[in-house]
Design a protein around this ligand. Sequence first.
Ligand code: SF4
Ligand code: SF4
Length: 172
Amino acid sequence: MIYNISKKAIPVNRTPLSLYERTYIPSIAKGLAVTIKHIFQKKATVNFPEVERPFSSTFRGLHILNRDEEDRERCTACGLCALSCPAEAITMEAAERLPSEEHLYREEKYAASYEINMLRCIFCGLCEEACPKDAIYLTQTFAPANYTRESFIYKKEDLLIPKKSERKETVK
Ligand code: SF4
Ligand code: SF4
C-alpha cells in the first residue's frame, strides 16, 4: 500500500503513447521552443575571465597585510585574527623586533610567518574586525583558481602589500 502522507504526490500518467507521440516530435518541438526562448533572454552567465561581473561594494575577497605610513609592517602577531577566525584558517609565528629592525616593523613584536588557508576561509571578515592594528584587510580581489592545495596557502609574502617605492616601480 502507498501512503500519501503529505497529500502532494502527483499520480503518474500511464496512458499509452499515441503513434504521433511515439515519434517524439511534440517533445522535441517543446524542448526546442524552450531553447529558442532562452536565446533571446538576458544571459545569466558572463564570459569570465574576459568579462567580470561587478562586485557589490560590500564584497569581501583576498586579504592583504597592510603597512603604516613609514612602510613598516603593522601586524604585531597578537593572534586576535586567528582567535576570531571561525574556520581556523590563520596561523602565525611571532618574533621579537631587534633594535636594528625598527624601520621594518611598527611594534616590538612582529609576524615572522603568517599564513591564511584560503580553502578554509569563508571570507567572513571577522579577522579584519578583530585586528587592533589595522593590519589585515579584505580586498575586492578573489583568490584565483589553481590546481594544488598548497597554492591556496597564502603566506606573508603573498599577503603583505609592497612598499611605497616598489609600488611606484610597478606603476611605471
Ligand atoms: S575572513 Fe573569516 S574565515 Fe577568512 S581568515 Fe578571516 S576570519 Fe577566517
Ligand atoms: S593581523 Fe592584526 S589581529 Fe592578526 S596578528 Fe596581526 S595585528 Fe594581530
